[in-house]
Write a protein that binds this ligand. Structure first.
Ligand SMILES: Nc1ncnc2c1ncn2[C@@H]1O[C@H](COP(=O)(O)OP(=O)(O)O)[C@@H](O)[C@H]1O
Ligand SMILES: Nc1ccn([C@H]2C[C@H](O)[C@@H](COP(=O)(O)OP(=O)(O)O)O2)c(=O)n1
Length: 225
């Protein structure tokens, strides 16, 4: 049988990773994994259990405790923490503000990477994995690597639209620039474009155009291997 296809999609917040990855996985009949949801889930567990998220030693000590299970169906991925559905709670602004600190802790990353590689091992046809370090660290031999970008203005407008005006575009822009800097500046597996990734600037592209572009790249790669 053909080797499973691994599609790595990285990039900062609001570039379209989740929407694009889900659609690409659905179109190609592949599994899907949102690694940002995993980091959000462990962050939610830390906050819910009174762990000081700004104390890396406390976070490292607790990193092995929660049981995090991410779904792989692109139509309804879902995520549970200790058996409880966490899909809603992981998207709160409290979690968003704390996730960069928690995901910078090496013990947290080691655990998540283990889960991410296991997800690929149990995906016979293959998997689309989205995050920040998928092409650089988690799957350096991925079949196709994509790095999505977009202007800060476009990203803030998209995110603010999702929050239904609960946060202004200016505040959303400031928060995401702060998170980009933390994610790009950390020591362990920072947000970065792999040397062999294809960069796609989505600022002036529709979601359908981005999906089409990535599906074509994967199909071309599949045809030549
Ligand atoms: N190319 C695009 N053009 C316009 N809006 C987009 C595009 N890609 C994604 N979006 C919208 O932007 C928001 C953020 O997209 P999402 O996929 O969650 O980004 P990320 O996972 O990179 O944070 C969503 O509301 C999504 O529908
Ligand atoms: N592979 C990954 C994925 C996410 N993270 C961290 C850094 C990000 O700020 C958070 C949240 O990621 P997520 O993709 O859910 O964020 P957005 O949907 O882009 O707002 O997790 C990471 O460190 N490594």
């Amino acid at each position: 049988m053909e080797n499973p296809v691994i599609v790595a999609i990285d990039g900062p917040s609001g570039t379209g990773k989740s929407s694009t990855s889900r659609a690409v996985a659905a179109k190609l009949g592949l599994n899907y994994l949102d690694t940002g949801a995993q980091y959000r889930a462990i962050t939610w567990w830390m906050l819910s259990n009174g762990i000081d998220v700004n104390d890396p030693v406390a976070v490292a000590d607790a990193a092995g405790k929660p049981v995090i299970v991410a779904g792989h169906d692109p139509a309804a991925p879902g995520i549970t923490v200790d058996g409880t559905d966490a899909s809603g709670p992981i998207r709160t602004q409290e979690v968003t503000a704390a996730v960069s600190a928690v995901s910078a802790v090496p013990e947290v990353r080691a655990r998540m990477v283990e889960l991410q590689r296991a997800a690929a091992d149990t995906s016979p046809a293959g998997i689309v994995v989205e995050g920040r370090d998928i092409g650089t660290t988690v799957f350096p031999n991925a079949t196709v690597k994509i790095f999505l970008t977009a202007s800060a203005e476009a990203r803030a407008a998209r995110r603010s639209g999702e929050l239904n005006g609960a946060q202004s575009v200016a505040d959303t822009r400031a928060a995401l620039i702060k998170r980009d800097a933390a994610d790009s500046g950390r020591k362990t597996s920072p947000l970065a474009k792999a040397a062999d990734a294809v960069e796609v600037d989505t600022t002036d592209l529709t979601l359908d155009q981005v999906i089409e572009c990535i599906v074509t790249l994967v199909e071309e790669k599949r045809a030549t291997r």
